[in-house]
Design a binder for this molecule. Structure first.
Ligand code: IMP
Length: 426
């Protein structure tokens, strides 16, 4: 397999985990490059359901290197839980590697995320996993990197600086309890123990040898393009770069390394948290999609907002991530639908102007309504179909129209949660 990046092409939860799981079979190294335990990936393998937040799901295969990269933020408590769950299922963790440069989410990040969400007038609807506050500290240079946890003298000095600022923020801005240095030091020691067996100090040699020996690298994205801190519906975004460019900055492999960039989109769209969503359905059809598609968050259990496929969003994702193909997941959710809509443009209710490219000024989205194309349903069960040829005519027409609208080929079609329920299209 050529080096491949898999990213979400919508607002996350597109079913990336299944696609990365399938491609991981052909990869030697799988590297997660951004985000933290805000992500929730579900993989069904051998009739067992595995839930991942931080560890690349490729760990389910033997003899793969699964790395949590430098661009991620790691909350060791969640990682510990994930490690224990995998051990309980006898999954080997020999291939798990953690970048010494990844950032550490501390309990005060979680305190701040929770409090800032509960007292904000304009909520983001975060997962409250401390993601934003951890990245904020990274950028303001008050963060802790994994490798900092193993040098007690350096850590002690660093904590003096960090806590001087952090405690002011906790107490005076958020009305929260301060942390003593002793307490944070103890937490850091505990985290060091959790992370220690997996920290990969020789990553440069590993990467160098992987490139020299033409090993296959799979870059696993979390969240989606529309939640990107630079390219998403700011401020209703996460704090990292889920776009394909993030695969390089967050992994340590340069931009000439990935060859394929696969965007994953559902045959419809979902979003959790606040923020604009032009094709959102707040009616019975939206409920139907939610119920058939089991659209409830893996990490938070929140019901997801649902809507029709938005080709304007898809085209934007193709552009800003340089997608070479798209994977369409959960198309079987429409098996009982009489008709299926696809948004091809937005219309401004104020003056009737039409947008066929994504308007990045999200302040105007409240004035936008979708311009829909209506497609006939196929009214057939797709879940057992194994090849593109087997698909009913109306399903093929729907997919071919999507290809035309988004401008790249659809390479993978998922017709159910299992690994076997996947159609590869050349
Ligand atoms: P945060 O990443 O927890 O800061 O949340 C910021 C926004 O991103 C919120 O709208 C979340 O619901 C959304 N978000 C974060 N992670 C995911 C994910 O894995 N899937 C879908 N939405 C996510």
């Amino acid at each position: 397999m050529e080096n491949t990046v898999v990213i979400g092409a919508q607002w996350g939860d597109e079913g990336k985990a299944k696609i990365t799981d399938l491609l991981a079979r052909q990869a030697d190294i799988i590297i997660r490059y951004q985000g933290g335990c805000n992500a929730g990936h579900t993989v069904v393998a051998d009739n067992k359901t595995f839930k991942f937040h931080l560890i690349p799901s490729g760990i389910l295969y033997k003899d793969k290197i699964c790395m949590i990269g430098a661009g991620t933020v790691i909350y060791p408590e969640v990682l510990k839980e994930e490690i224990e769950n995998l051990k309980a299922e006898n999954v080997s963790l020999d291939g798990l590697k953690i970048s010494p440069l990844a950032s550490v989410t501390m309990p005060y990040h979680i305190d701040i995320d929770g409090r800032s969400e509960s007292c904000a007038a304009n909520k983001i609807g975060t997962t409250k996993r401390g993601i934003g506050p951890t990245y904020t500290d990274k950028i303001s240079r008050h963060g802790l990197k994994v490798e900092d946890l193993f040098d007690e003298e350096f850590l002690s000095r660093k904590l003096d600086d960090i806590l001087t600022v952090k405690n002011k923020e906790l107490v005076h801005i958020y009305g929260l309890e301060p942390y003593t240095k002793e307490k944070v030091f103890e937490i850091c020691k505990k985290y060091a123990q959790i992370l220690k067996p997996y920290v990969c100090y020789d990553w440069q040699m590993l990467f160098h040898n992987a490139l020299k020996n033409n090993k296959s690298i799979l870059f696993e994205g979390a969240q989606g393009v529309m939640l990107d801190i630079d390219w998403g519906t700011y401020p209703y975004v996460t704090s990292s770069n889920p776009v394909a460019g993030g695969a390089c900055t967050g992994s340590g492999f340069g931009p000439s390394v990935p060859k394929n960039i696969i965007g994953v989109s559902k045959a419809y769209i979902t979003r959790v948290g606040e923020g604009p969503f032009v094709t959102e359905l707040t009616d019975e059809t939206g409920d139907k999609i939610r119920n058939i598609g089991h659209e409830f968050g893996t990490t938070t259990g929140r019901p997801r907002r649902t809507g029709w496929f938005d080709a304007v969003v898809a085209k934007y994702s193709v552009l800003v991530s340089g997608l070479t193909s798209m994977a369409i997941t959960k198309i079987d959710v429409f098996d009982t639908f009489d008709e299926i809509k696809v948004c091809v443009a937005y219309k401004d209710k104020r003056d009737g102007s039409v947008y066929s490219w994504y308007p990045t000024n999200v302040n105007i989205h409240k004035y936008l309504e979708p311009v829909y194309e209506i497609h006939k349903g196929w009214k057939q069960d797709l879940t057992g179909m194994k090849s593109y040829d087997e698909l009913p005519e109306n399903a093929k027409k729907y997919l071919e129209r999507l290809e035309e609208l988004i401008g790249v080929k659809i390479s993978i079609i998922s017709v159910g949660p299992d690994r076997e329920q996947t159609i590869f299209k050349s």
